[in-house]
Design a protein around this ligand. Sequence first.
Ligand code: NAD
Length: 351
Amino acid sequence: MEKINVCTAQHGYEVLIGHGLLKEAGRLSGDGAGKKAAIVTDSKVGPLYAEPLDTALRDAGWATCLFVFRQGERSKNMNTLGRLLEFLAANRLTRTDTVFALGGGVTGDLAGFAASVYLRGIPCVQLPTTLLAAIDSSIGGKTAVNLRAGKNLAGTFWQPERVICDCDTFRTLGADTLADGLAEAVKYAVIRDRELYDILMRGDFLADAERCVARCAAIKADIVSRDERDSGERLLLNFGHTAGHAIEKASGFSIPHGRAVAIGMAVAARAADRLGLSAGNCADPLVEALEKYGLPHKSPYDAETMARIALTDKKRSGANIRLALPRTIGESFLYELPVENLAAFFRAGEG
Ligand SMILES: NC(=O)c1ccc[n+]([C@@H]2O[C@H](COP(=O)([O-])OP(=O)(O)OC[C@H]3O[C@@H](n4cnc5c(N)ncnc54)[C@H](O)[C@@H]3O)[C@@H](O)[C@H]2O)c1
């Protein structure tokens, strides 16, 4: 088992990564005698993994209850949040009880949000079952639901008590969900970790999941520990996301997030190389990694379309847009680009 420490102002915690950890979750969560555990999961993950978690928690003394919501991003809304809060109240959870978020990023964001506002905050344990949740969303304490006006517009910062990642759960992931996680793993390698890049290229992420997840989780933990509130360094995690989000939106979400980010990273890296912003050749090794993991790197949309959509993003403000760009493989920086130059930047990044 791998252990990563996350240090935040709220509190420090461990990310535990290994095989067969769901069955160990009771032991890893401490003595549950006299305490309640609310397991929150979705309709796909629940039938697969709720039972072993429930048994493990009961064996450690926890009294358990189970909340299942319909799988998918569309459930990440105020309605499901409201139902979940009522569920916690109906089951009389108190401040000494714990929410266990079992699933992907949707479950983690939703359950984390509920834990952060129920009784003004109760403990939450994250048990990520997608690659993306394991290496990204379960670490760092960002919780959210979507509003009609846009994605993740309501949320809190609420750090989990611990993160328990059982790599065995990745075996049942669908191809698109896997691709979402693999694109994020390539992103970590490019922005921060040349050695991870070499590991990804020499070996295979899934065959070596424990080690690869731990390396990615360590990068996320390090960045979050230094920029808990998303004001500086944490923005490096947005590498590929400016064009990526635009591509996702332009396709009406038929191009899934991970594949869109993969293309977005390639666009940004090519532009950085061609405009002399990187130290040299970042795009070729990035594209090699994307190809190895079956991810795309050419945008089906032209630069003007991507820029127009990117600039309608509600989270953007001011005359400049901040882009995360690679300097070399393993090192990245934030670059301020005047918004009127975004289309030209994307044009320079065409494949
Ligand atoms: N909080 C953060 O810092 C942060 C960071 C990145 C993304 N996110 C959020 O994460 C969400 C995306 O996460 P996601 O891709 O994990 O989505 P998800 O939770 O919807 O999971 C994707 C699909 O995989 C299924 N699934 C999950 N685990 C499975 C398993 N082991 N076997 C089979 N099927 C499984 C789910 O039921 C769902 O259908 C988005 O809402 C995004 O906004 C949050």
